[in-house]
Design a protein around this ligand. Structure first.
Ligand code: URA
Length: 196
């Protein structure tokens, strides 16, 4: 059964299913257009996100905003969330069990939003949703279709901040997303820009 947004967010805010909730300031369920055709999924909240209760508002978030703008969208026109809704201590990678424990919330978000295309930001998102041994360096930019939803794995914006040379490849992946949006009749109204 499909739950309502209200009950889903209530459940997330009350969740104590794993240890991650013990040390946080805020849950970070995700935000954006709940009818978006395009969704972005990251790894988990960082320090800024934990303080504000919003996904991708720190340095990586600012780059993500630029990436979305370069594709011709406003942040408000897409839906943005993470694999885990609580900040892992010291920004460590979420454990596979933590990711699996949190996954039902993400599945419900996807069921409610019903995006046509999902951009997976980084290895944790790709490993949790596609295949546990997914290698982002080798396999980014390759479409995976599941039940009519198109998944595009690409580099996490934090990885792009650490290594600017990856930006070109990431932009290439995002251009494929723009092409797919056009193909399915969901093209951005301003058509996109020169790059990230
Ligand atoms: N990194 C993520 O994966 N998600 C955020 O919300 C912020 C940084």
């Amino acid at each position: 059964m499909r739950v309502s947004w209200q009950s889903l967010y209530d459940e997330i805010y009350a969740c104590e299913k794993c240890e991650l909730c013990r040390q946080i300031h805020n849950k970070v369920p995700g935000q954006g257009d709940i009818h978006a055709r395009l969704m972005f999924i990251g790894e988990g909240p960082g320090a800024d996100e934990d303080m504000q209760g919003l996904a991708f508002v720190g340095a990586a978030g600012q780059l993500l905003t630029k990436m979305i703008a370069a594709m011709g969208y406003d942040r408000e026109q897409v839906y943005i969330c993470n694999i885990v809704k609580c900040r892992p201590p010291h920004n460590r990678t979420p454990e596979p069990l933590e990711a699996q424990t949190c996954l039902p919330y993400l599945r419900q978000q996807v069921a409610l939003v019903r995006p046509r295309v999902i951009v997976l930001l980084g290895a944790t998102a790709a490993r949790t949703l596609l295949r546990e041994d997914f290698r982002i360096t080798r396999e980014h930019g390759i479409w995976v279709e599941r039940k009519g939803v198109w998944f595009m794995p690409t580099y996490h914006p934090a990885a792009l901040l650490r290594d600017e040379s990856k930006k070109r490849e990431a932009w290439h992946d995002l251009q494929k997303v723009m092409e797919k949006m056009k193909e399915i009749g969901e093209e951005a109204s301003d058509g996109g820009h020169e790059g990230i």
